[in-house]
Design a protein. Structure first.
Length: 143
């Protein structure tokens, strides 16, 4: 018996932040296959620059990156003065030993998906995040 995958109910504009090009490609393919738009960033600095210049429905954030960790990116994002500070961020990491998944909420993440990424887990997290916030076209970007 086939089980249906969760959906966000609408196409999402997703920022995916990961220093590994293969991980970015895999997530991009998943997003496209389910009707979402994926924008990739290879570093924390690039992610923050994109977040202040373009609205996103959700961010998929790798935790362990050189330069600026995903934890630091979320800390800086939540400290910004604009509406981007409220963008839902889902933690992505293969490290499930250092801290339990629920601990990421204390750092400002809305959810957690472990690597290797299961399509059903990623889609469930995206659907949950999409249902928690209005569509970008309903969010004012005016300062």
């Amino acid at each position: 018996m086939s089980q249906s995958l969760p959906t966000a109910g609408r196409p999402l504009n997703v920022l995916h932040v990961d220093d590994d090009p293969m991980n970015r490609r895999v997530v991009e393919e998943i997003l496209l296959a389910f009707g979402h738009t994926g924008v990739a960033a290879a570093s924390g600095d690039e992610a923050l620059a994109r977040l202040v210049s373009q609205p996103f429905d959700v961010v998929l954030m790798d935790i362990h990156m050189p330069g600026m960790s995903g934890l630091e990116v979320v800390r800086r994002l939540r400290a910004l003065p604009g509406p981007e500070r409220a963008t839902p961020v889902i933690a992505l990491t293969a490290d499930v030993v250092s801290r339990p998944p629920e601990a990421y909420r204390q750092f400002g993440f809305c959810d957690f998906v472990s690597k290797p990424i299961l399509v059903s887990g990623l889609l469930a997290a995206l659907a949950k995040a999409a249902n928690a916030v209005p569509a970008n076209d309903q969010v004012s970007r005016a300062g």
